[in-house]
Ligand binder design. Sequence first.
Ligand code: FES
Length: 148
Amino acid sequence: MTDIFEPEIVAFCCHYCAYTAADMAGSKRISYPPNVKIIRVPCTGKVDAIHIMKALEKGADGVYVAGCLEGDCHFKTGNLRAAQRVRRVKALLEEIGFDSRRVEMILMSAGMGERFAQTAREFTEKIRELGPNPIRSAIQEQARRAAG
Ligand code: FES
C-alpha cells in the first residue's frame, strides 16, 4: 500500500479578512482541504518572519499569510509589512536551499469565501506536488533513530 502524502499547512489569517472569508466559506458550505490549519491574527502585520520559520521548523509543509487587500488593512500598512517579511523569508529560504514556494502571501477581502477556499485548495495541491517538508523528514528520521 502506498502512503498518500497529506501536507500540513499553516495559514496565518487576518481576523478582518481571510479569517472572515474562511468563516464565509464555511457558512456557504464551500469546502476546502482540512490540511490547512488556520491561525487567526489581529493583522498580518503581527506575523513575524520568526513565526513563519518556526512553523516550518516544527514541520509544516507549507505556510501562507493571508491579509487584507492593498489599502484595506485596518492598521494601514500591516499587510504591506507582512508581504515584505514574506519576501524576505522566501529569499532566506532560497539562500539555504529550501524551496521558497512553500511560503506565500495572499490578499483577499472578508467577502471572498470562494477565494479563500480556492487558495486553500491550490496551495494544498502545490505543496502536495512539492512533497514533504525536508525538515520534517529529517526530524522524523531522527526520532526513528532515537527510538532504536
Ligand atoms: Fe487585515 Fe491588517 S487588518 S492585514
